[in-house]
Design a protein around this ligand. Structure first.
Ligand code: SF4
Length: 215
């Protein structure tokens, strides 16, 4: 399995090169992006982040001092903005309660412990928690998303019913715990899912067309 996973990685890297994901000037910006990107396109998230930045509120302290009713209109472009305002406030409260608002202190927490705590924050599910850990804090955890599931199941590597945890274990049990590898691998799968492995797959022009595929 390790060989197959690395073969896929190398084929994607060769075709697409480094993806430089996740875009963000600071770890906090990455974390805000991870929360805002739920159920929307990245383009819409970027607009919301830019607005927060322009108004000087793109920091843990900045979001803490805003009321939900003030925060929501600033992130309107990201969709479900009232719910997301709630989630951002919950995340920032957690950050202050547990780590005094200090991301360095947060990063020093054991990854498994921190993941458990993040999953208890309102609106933070596995994909968001893992994106915060991997892309925000550079912890070696594999992020799974709908693209990952679609690509692997189309190649018969997992079943269509595989759970988030099962897919994550597949990568983490067979690859070295390398944050940079996990970062790049996830980003490459996202790019593949957006370009070739779409709802209707474009296998003829796909870098994985030589890899055993069941579709
Ligand atoms: S587009 Fe086809 S070859 Fe490419 S990953 Fe999807 S199923 Fe596989």
């Amino acid at each position: 399995m390790k060989n197959l996973l690395m073969k896929i990685y190398r084929a994607l890297y060769k075709a697409y090169g480094p993806r430089h994901w996740w875009p963000g000037e600071t770890p906090f910006e990455v974390m805000v992006g991870a929360i805002l990107t739920q159920n929307t396109s990245w383009k819409n998230v970027e607009k919301a982040i830019q607005k927060l930045k322009n108004k000087g509120f793109l920091s843990a302290e900045g979001i803490r001092q805003l009321r939900k009713s003030q925060l929501a209109p600033l992130i309107r472009s990201s969709g479900y903005y009232r719910i997301k305002a709630d989630r951002l406030k919950a995340f920032v409260s957690f950050l202050f309660e547990e780590y005094n608002g200090d991301l360095k202190k947060m990063r020093r927490e054991r990854m498994e412990t921190l993941r458990e705590k993040l999953l208890e924050v309102k609106g933070v599910g596995p994909e968001t928690a893992d994106s915060i850990l991997l892309y925000g804090l550079k912890k070696p955890i594999f992020v799974v998303d709908a693209y990952t599931k679609r690509i692997l199941s189309r190649h018969g590597i997992i079943s269509e019913q595989a759970s988030y945890g099962e897919i994550q274990d597949l990568f983490m049990n067979h690859l070295p715990p390398d944050e940079r590898l996990f970062n790049e691998y996830h980003a490459l799968l996202v790019h593949l899912g957006k370009t070739a492995c779409r709802k209707i797959p474009r296998c003829d022009s796909c870098p994985l067309k030589e890899i055993k595929c069941l579709k």
